[in-house]
Design a protein. Structure first.
Lengths: 122, 198
């Protein structure tokens, strides 16, 4: 399967990538890792890309890296649509102090607009 | 993110403080009480959530099954603020505030923390006015212990819940995706009658 994983720079992004790497190794998927521009994120786009490359090399996984510009949700969906991807993987929400699952606007945009199957990582 | 949340400039209220007892729209006598030591009421609240119809869960809570319900409540029990409504011995509704901080044990001033609110009413007791009352008494109790900022999220399509929150003074903040975020500001001037510590 040809998989695109989108990372915004949060801790959730790290978890999403780690799980995707495990799955890639198990089933031999083709993996593309896209970082997006989200200025308020914990890590800058560049820092996120560096951490991703480190995790990929530690796991000995070859993946294509791409840095997307512009609105994160729109850029991811557009990139997924232009490529030959079977699945778009993104973080599946954060938990509030109460334990409520919260999905942000990027997730909502991707779910409502992506032509591919979307996987939310919890 | 915490800190970026927008609160109304004006305080809401006034709100009454628990305990109280009232008759609901179906003529049942309902008692509302703040639970100072949540450990004491935990078992009865677990029992309520075991009875709770999961079609009414919101954003993953309450979880289902005795074990997961217990884990969820025990995780938030220590630092949360709880008000319960009982019909006879049974807990029929539960409202709570959970501090939005990574280290609840260091809270010195409740006013400095933002508190997340949730309320659940057992299906057989819905549409009887209990939710509105419980909400008002929770907010009255919150004022008594110095809480000033309360927020919540609600599924955007849950109009009855949004109407209830607006009725007591919550306002929508800018943040909106599948969930609508709402916030309310409380203060000393929003307490009513039988005062309290303040």
């Amino acid at each position: 399967m040809n998989v695109l994983v989108g990372l915004v720079g949060s801790d959730e992004s790290i978890k999403t990538l780690e799980q995707t790497i495990d799955r890639t190794r198990d089933v031999g998927d083709d993996l593309t890792v896209a970082t997006v521009e989200k200025p308020e994120a914990k890590r800058s786009q560049e820092e996120m890309a560096q951490e991703a490359e480190k995790l990929l090399s530690e796991a000995d996984i070859d993946a294509e890296m791409v840095a997307l510009e512009g609105d994160p949700g729109s850029a991811l969906v557009d990139y997924a649509e232009q490529g030959e991807f079977d699945q778009l993987v993104i973080g599946g929400g954060t938990l509030s102090p109460m334990g409520k699952i919260q999905l942000g606007p990027i997730t909502e945009f991707v779910l409502l607009n992506a032509p591919t199957t979307v996987k939310l990582v919890r | 993110m915490a800190g970026a949340r927008q609160y109304p400039d004006e305080t809401a209220g006034p709100f009454p403080s628990p305990p109280t007892s009232f008759e609901d729209r179906d003529g049942r006598t309902i008692e509302v009480r703040a639970s100072d030591d949540f450990e004491d009421t935990l078992e009865d609240v677990v029992e309520m959530y075991v009875q709770f119809d999961p079609t009414d869960r919101a954003q993953g809570i309450p979880p289902t099954g005795d074990e997961r319900i217990r884990n969820w409540l025990e995780t938030i029990a220590d630092e949360s603020v709880n008000v319960v409504a009982r019909h006879g011995e049974d807990v029929v509704a539960h409202a709570m505030l959970v501090p939005d901080t990574s280290d609840p044990s260091t809270i010195e001033d409740n006013a400095e923390i933002e508190w997340e609110l949730a309320i659940f009413v057992l299906q057989d007791y819905q549409r009887a006015g209990i939710g509105t009352q419980l909400m008002e008494y929770l907010l009255g109790h919150a004022i008594g212990i110095g809480i000033e900022r309360v927020w919540l999220t609600v599924e955007r399509w849950n109009n009855p819940a949004i109407a209830l929150y607006e009725r007591v003074g919550f306002e929508s903040t800018g943040t909106e995706s599948f969930e609508q975020e709402m916030a309310i500001r409380l203060g000393d001037d929003s307490t009513v009658e039988n005062g309290n510590e303040n």
